[in-house]
Design a protein around this ligand. Structure first.
Ligand code: PEP
Ligand code: MN
Length: 343
């Protein structure tokens, strides 16, 4: 159930509703909106009578939520959410571009990558320190050492750090450094990890599982939101289909569908979506044209020597050219490219 407060409801009236929800043994989630506050109720297994709330001062309506994802759905918040990370925003009219190597490999590599993506206009540096690889024999990341290097890259460039958290054991260490915690496709249904990041207030980039439906992605986001963290960015990164010519099939359908179903920002990772650098610029442009709030793109100073995902990584010069194209496309779809000062 969703309790919609009147536009002129006072903080005390909002608090009273939250107290009532707590007394009933349920959990209250305040969802502030531009016009009015909504309070989502979770923890109830049956229907709740609306008049428990409609009789309280400041309450406009109490409506049952039809979707299984109560807090991340548009019903809970009709206006789109904007996630703030330092001086950058994800959602709204600005496009957010996260770029960098698949994995942190050395100080030279990550600092060179950071400088190049920054000068091309990206505001976020991506790079995995803990890598969940399909094969146990593949490079597993520099782990704690990689986190130290990411911190250094942020100090040198002012870029916000997006890095993957692989499990609950390493979450405290990763959360110390990450400005945005990435949950990878292989972990989209790792419910303990989702709950653990839900306890934090660090923004979470949640990638769609390789065989997850849009509804499953939203339910995974709901796990995070249900613990109180509504700072969630969804990421379409391709799904597995019968097609083998590309690494995955980038599901651009997901963008307008998600934008209708949820208030959360939606970004697209064309690098994992197609698996070949040659196709990344076209699919990046297509994603922006389809309404994505931003992109996550793998960029490596020397893709041929990359320890992971070199085949889908752009060289810095190609990334710069792509950013120039995005800069021209953005106004056509009513967007701006987010590239103010980073320090
Ligand atoms: C990555 O971002 O490098 C990654 C492993 O992505 P995904 O979880 O989408 O496969
Ligand atoms: Mn990768």
């Amino acid at each position: 159930m969703l309790v919609l407060m009147r536009q002129d409801a006072t903080p005390d009236q909002i608090r009273e509703v939250q107290l009532k929800i707590g007394e009933l043994g349920f959990r209250a989630h305040e969802i502030p909106g531009a016009e009015r506050t909504a309070i989502g109720i979770t923890g109830n297994h049956g229907a709740i009578a609306p008049d428990v709330f409609t009789t309280l001062p400041g309450v406009d309506r109490a409506i049952p939520v039809s979707k299984p994802y109560k807090l991340v759905g548009r019903e809970a918040r009709p206006e789109s959410s904007v996630i703030t990370v330092g001086t950058s925003r994800i959602g709204g009219t600005e496009l957010a571009v996260m770029a960098g190597p698949c994995s942190v490999e050395s100080r030279e590599q990550i600092v060179a990558a950071a400088r190049s993506v920054r000068s091309a206009g990206a505001r976020f540096l991506r790079g995995g320190a803990f890598k969940p690889r399909s094969s146990p024999y593949s490079f597993q990341g520099m782990k704690e050492e990689g986190l130290v290097l990411l911190r250094e890259a942020r100090e040198k460039t002012g870029l916000a750090i997006v890095t993957e958290v692989k499990d609950t054991g390493t979450l405290p260490a990763v959360a110390e450094v990450a400005d945005v915690l990435q949950i990878g496709a292989r972990n989209m249904s790792n419910f303990s990890l989702l709950e653990a990041v839900g306890e934090l207030r660090t923004p979470v980039l949640l990638k769609r599982g390789i065989a997850a439906t849009i509804e499953e992605l939203l339910m995974a986001a709901e796990y995070i939101a249900s613990r109180g963290n509504l700072q969630i960015i969804l990421c379409e990164r391709g799904i597995r289909t019968f097609e083998t010519a590309t690494r995955n099939t980038l599901d651009l359908n997901a963008i307008p569908v998600l934008k209708r179903l949820t208030h959360l920002p939606v970004i697209v990772d064309p690098s994992h979506g197609v698996g070949m650098w040659e196709a990344v610029p076209a699919m990046s442009m297509a994603a922006i044209a389809a309404g994505a709030d931003g992109l996550m793109i793998e960029v490596h100073p020397d893709p041929a020597s990359a320890l992971s995902d070199g085949a889908q990584s752009l060289k810095p010069s190609r990334f710069t050219a792509l950013m120039n194209d995005i800069r021209r496309l953005a106004p056509v779809v009513g967007r701006t490219l987010n590239e103010g000062s980073t320090t």
